[in-house]
Design a protein around this ligand. Structure first.
Ligand code: TPP
Ligand code: MG
Length: 620
């Protein structure tokens, strides 16, 4: 039995029949397809989507944005569901490159179907084709190769019989997940083939919970039993693996403190007695002081980015040992750690049994309690400030934190907000905090918020976005109105790049090239006024401005009552920054310079860099 379909029709038919199952729960893997049509997909994938109305099609406003939306959707679904993205050839396709890199870095599955130039070639160069005098087997879609976990170009209709199962293997793999790109030449999309009926049978991809090697797990338990100052780092893997309950009870029973990465924030509620909050460059004083003297670091589901390890300066105990629990061998092996290549939840359950009688010493437990309460006071202080107007970003975060419900989700990505939120946000649910900080991509915020709300319409979604990020990508407000997906957007207007401006000053460069100011000498120094309320309203959103603390609280209450996407523009102080706590970040400074401030920054830099270290294998 065969079914005669075009390549595009067969792809959609196949995708509709892919399911995943974990812990006995099953769901369709794809929730539909985002896209923008052009000549490279309108008559192929576009036609196929039209005749498959049970596979929803969502028109977005920018191809980069839709990949962020798909990645956010996948993240909110703990990678058990995602969206497909279709584009035309050329610029429509390459617009997805940034989103694809973001998805792969964050280990989030997204399926990208860029249109491609004619496989038949006789009419080349087609509109938007990049020609190569060296090869006819090249197109702009080759840009996706290094940023995709699986990449293929479909030159014949029957190639999808082998390409699509590979795409599914990678998308559903806890270790491999990332962007998958299938470049689809415009003519091949429309060509018919007699596909075997079996190809369209529903297929269930079982998401495994890999178990650790017995000997390695025993060694991990031995190391933990003998540790005096153990510290757990919870990364995104804890949340994706739905290991938060297991971590909660493991930490409570053993007394081991838990610091969280950006992706792992929310693993424990902020008031859990072992929660020491954010760790690393944007970490709390509690987590970073504990990290400095830890003799054992148990890193679960983290990539050990420089923000987490404070550019390798976080762990200063010369005898520190590391255990990495990770589904990915690559991450598990970092920093000469004992590599426990396994699922976070399964491993925590096994370690719980192995360490049933272990508990940290009383002196360590009381130190943790003291550091926690010092940090609580610091957050209270920042939340309670009444600065300005313009308001301090910290107090705005405090007002938001008090106003929002535990199940509400904040979505954010770049600027000074990620650092402040990582430190200050008090999480009360594993999905309360959605930060894209693997790629820290300006423009992710609103597009990502759309994906989060689509993934769980029962939650209120608050997008926190800086004025710089908003100016890069605000247009998905229109998509949110089209789809009736309500977003609450809080736009922090500090008239420029507070984060990178501050970084530039710290590097001795005085904020050069980071200010939104007129070039015209008559207006030099004056900020360029942008009416964000009018801008958001012009896109169809309900929009208001808040300058004072009271106005902001009222605006927030009003936002929640609105039926459609709403924006509150709150002015914040460009210069008033939340400090760093006991940490360091390696941003290399010019070795020679004419500027005295750069020379001073270089001297400070060399001092800080001395703490960077390598981690060599432990003597077992
Ligand atoms: C796409 C992209 N381009 C550049 C950067 C580098 N960058 C990081 S933060 C930032 C400024 C963000 O400005 P804004 O959104 O206003 O936030 P603020 O720093 O004022 O908090 C820049 C340019 C980035 N992260 N992403
Ligand atoms: Mg700004």
């Amino acid at each position: 039995m065969t079914r005669r379909l075009t390549t595009a029709q067969a792809i959609i038919q196949f995708l509709k029949n892919q399911f995943v199952s974990r812990d006995g729960k099953r769901n369709a893997f794809f929730a539909g397809c985002f896209g923008i049509f052009g000549h490279g997909n309108v008559a192929g994938i576009g036609q196929a989507l039209q005749q498959n109305p049970d596979f929803p099609y969502y028109l977005c406003r920018n191809e980069q944005a839709m990949v962020h939306t798909a990645a956010a959707f996948a993240k909110m679904n703990n990678r058990l569901r995602t969206l497909v993205c279709t584009t035309s050839i050329g610029p429509g396709a390459t617009n997805m490159v940034t989103g694809a890199a973001g998805a792969t870095i964050n280990r989030l599955p997204v399926l990208l179907l860029p249109g491609d130039i004619f496989a038949r070639r006789n009419v080349a160069p087609v509109l938007q084709q990049l020609e190569s005098p060296a090869s006819q087997d090249a197109s702009v879609n080759d840009c996706f190769r290094p940023i995709s976990r699986y990449w293929d170009r479909i030159q014949r209709p029957e190639q999808i019989l082998t390409a699509l199962p590979e795409a599914m293997r990678v998308l559903t793999s806890p270790a491999e997940a990332g962007a998958v790109t299938l470049a689809l030449p415009q003519d091949v999309q429309t060509e018919a083939y007699d596909y075997p009926e079996e190809f369209f049978r529903p297929r269930i991809w079982v998401i495994p919970r890999a178990r650790a090697d017995e000997a390695i797990l025993k060694q991990a338990a031995d190391w933990m039993r003998s540790a005096q100052r153990p510290l757990i780092i919870a990364g995104g893997g804890v949340i994706y693996s739905e290991a938060t309950e297991a971590l909660n009870s493991f930490a409570a029973r053993t007394g081991i403190p838990v610091g969280e990465t950006q992706a792992g924030k929310g693993s424990l509620n902020f008031d859990h007695p072992q929660s020491v909050g954010a760790i690393g460059v944007t970490g709390t004083s509690a987590a970073n002081q504990l990290a400095a003297s830890a003799d054992l670091v148990v890193a679960i589901g983290t990539r050990h980015s420089d923000f987490t390890t404070a550019s390798t300066t976080a762990f200063q105990n010369p005898d520190v040992r590391m255990i990495n629990i990770n589904v990915m061998e690559f991450d598990a092996s970092k920093h000469s750690a004992l590599p426990v290549v396994a699922d976070a939840r399964a491993t925590l359950e096994e370690l719980s049994t192995a360490l049933s009688s272990y508990r940290v010493a009383e002196s360590y437990a009381s130190e943790i309690t003291r550091l926690r309460s010092e940090w609580t006071n610091e957050v209270d202080r920042i939340y309670a400030r009444r600065h300005g107007p313009p308001l301090s970003q910290g107090e705005v975060i405090g007002t938001l934190n008090s106003a929002l419900g535990a199940r509400d989700v904040i979505v954010c990505a770049a600027g000074s907000l990620p650092g402040d939120l990582h430190k200050l946000w008090r999480t009360r649910d594993p999905k309360n905090y959605h930060m894209e900080y693997g790629y820290s991509c300006m423009g992710y915020e609103i597009a990502g918020g759309l994906g989060v709300k689509m993934a769980d319409p029962s939650r209120e979604v608050y997008v926190l976005v800086g004025d710089g990020s908003y100016l890069m990508m605000a247009q998905e407000i229109v998509t949110s109105l089209q789809e009736n997906v309500k977003l609450n957007i809080v736009l922090f207007d500090n008239h420029g790049f507070s984060s990178i401006g501050g970084l530039s000053r710290a590097c001795g460069s005085g904020g050069f090239g980071t200010k939104y100011q007129y070039r015209d000498p008559a207006n030099a120094g004056a900020a360029i006024p942008v009416d964000f309320v009018a801008n958001a309203a012009s896109l169809g959103a309900h929009a208001v401005r808040a300058r004072t603390h009271e106005q902001f609280s009222e605006a927030l209450a009003d936002l929640t009552k609105q039926p459609r996407t709403s924006v509150v523009v709150v002015e914040t102080d460009y210069d008033d920054r939340v400090p760093g706590y006991d940490s360091w970040w390696d941003v290399a400074i010019a070795e020679v310079s004419e500027s005295e401030s750069v020379q001073q920054a270089r001297a400070r830099y060399l001092e800080g860099k001395k703490k960077e270290r390598y981690f060599w294998p432990s003597e077992h």
